[in-house]
Design a binder for this molecule. Sequence first.
Ligand code: G6P
Length: 517
Amino acid sequence: MSETPSVELTDDIRPNVDDRIAAEAETTLEDEETERDLVVVSNREPYQHEYDSDGSVVVEEPVGGLTAGLDPVVQKTQGDWVAWGDGDADAVVTDDDDCVAVPPDDERYTLRRVWLEDEEVEGYYYGYSNRVLWPLCHDLVDRVEMEPDYWDTYRSVNESFGEAAVERATENSTVWIQDYHFCLAPKTIRESLPDGASMVQFWHIPWPAWDTFRVVPHAEELVEGLLSNDVVGFHIDRYRDNFLECAAQLDDTRVDRDAGVVHVDGRTVEVGAFEMGVDADRIAETAETFDHHAWAHLAGKYDIDPNINVAVGVDRIDYTKGIPKRIDALEQFWEEHPEWRGELTFVQKSSHSRSQIPAYQRAANEVEEAIERVNDRFGTEDWQPIVHVDDHLSQRELFGLYRHADIALVSPLRDGLNLVAKEYVAAQVEDDGVLLLSEFAGAHQTLDEAVTINPYSPEGFAEAIHQSLSMTAVERGRRMRSLRSVVTEHDLDDWVAELLTATVPDGEEFTVEGTDV
Ligand code: G6P
C-alpha cells in the first residue's frame, strides 16, 4: 500500500477524542459478555504531521502495508493507537497527554505518540529492529549487523512503549502489539496490565527456524518477552511452528505443538497462524471507478502506452523484495522473446523507508542501475521497457494501476505475507490479470492459482512471464476468479475477528461493530 495525499490540517483537529468516544459509544469492540476496547501498539504511526514548505502543517500517511491496513480497523473500533511520533510537526498538534485525534478530517480514534531521542531512533529503529531482527527473520544472517548499544536501546524503548500502552489500557482493553519492534514491551505491559485486560501480538514478518534465530545472543530473552502475551500470531503455519520450536528451547516452558500453546509462568499462551487479509471490497470498488479514460490519463503522465501490455511491481525499496532479480528476469525475457519488445512495459512503483541504513541505499542504487541497464539495452524512441514511478500515487491511482496491469510481478526473496499480491487480486474487477508470485512469500500458501516463480531462477522467471502473457482469456479468468474468491472470502475483517477471538475464552466471540464480522 502506498501513501495517500497529504491532507490540510484544520484548526479543529487538535485535542484527543476521548470525551467524544465516551459519549458516543462506551466501547465498540464487543463480545456477547464484555465490551472490549482496543489499544494498538506499533512503531510506525498511521498519521504524521509535517511542516509544509510554507510553514503550514500537513498530514501524511506513512508508507507501509501495516499501518494502512490497520487504520480502517481502528477507525471502526474507535480505540487508541500508540506509536512513535516522528513527524516534524507531531508535537505541535498533540495535547498534554501526547495525544491527537485522527484521522484529521474525521476524528475516530486517539493516537498516543511516543517521543524518541535521536540516539534511541538509531539504536532501536535503525539498529536492533532493522539491522538485526529484520534480516535475521528474513533468513539473511549475513546481513545482521550487531552493535552492543542496539540491544540496550531496544530494551529501554520497548519499556517506554509498554508504559504508554499501559497508560491507555483499562480492564476492558485488548492491547494489540504489532511486529518485531516490540519483543520486550509485552513484559513491561504484563507487569501493570489491569486485571481483565488481554494482550495479543501479531508478527508481520517471517519467523525463522531456531538454528537461525539463535544466532543473536539475546534469542531466549526475545522469545521470553513475546511469551508475556496471551496470544502470539503469525501469518502462516511454518512461522508458527518455527516459533514453537524456539519456545521449546527455553528452560521454563512446556510446548504443546498440536494444540499450538506454550505453558509458561502458570499461564497458557496461544500461538497461532492467522493470515492477514485486505479490504477487498473497498479495493474493488475503488478500482472500478478508475476507468479506461482515467488509466489512459495516468499512463500518459508516465509515458506508458496504454494500448500495449503492462506488468506491474509495487514495493518498498528493500533488499528482501528481490527487485534487481526481477529486472534480470525481464531482461532475459526480452532477450529470449524479442517479439515482446515494444509490446510490454514494466511499471515499477517504489517507495522508500529506512534510507539511513547503507544497505537500503545500496538496494535503491542497485534498482536504479538495473533499470537503466535494461532500458539502455532494449529501449527505442517509441518504447521504454521499464518505467520507474517513485513519486506519490493516491490509493485510487494505485488500485487503478493494478486493475489495468495485465500481469503483476510479486517476487520477494522472502516476505512474511505480501499484501501487494492480495491487493492486485482484489483490484482485478474484470478477472483478466495474472499474478506471478514468489514461492517465498507467505501469501503463496493460499494464493495457489497464482503462477509460481522462484526469484532466484531468472530462466524460470522469464519463462513464467512469457507463459502468463500468452495465457488464454479462459485460463486467466478461471485462475483470477478463484484467487478473487480467496481474497474476498478471507478479508481484513475476517483476519481481525479471528485473531481477536483467540484472546477471549472458547465459545465467546468478538464482533467488530459496523462490519459484517
Ligand atoms: C514492514 C513491517 C512493518 C513496517 C513496514 C514499513 O511491512 O512489517 O512493521 O511498518 O514494513 O517499514 P518502516 O520501517 O518504514 O515502518
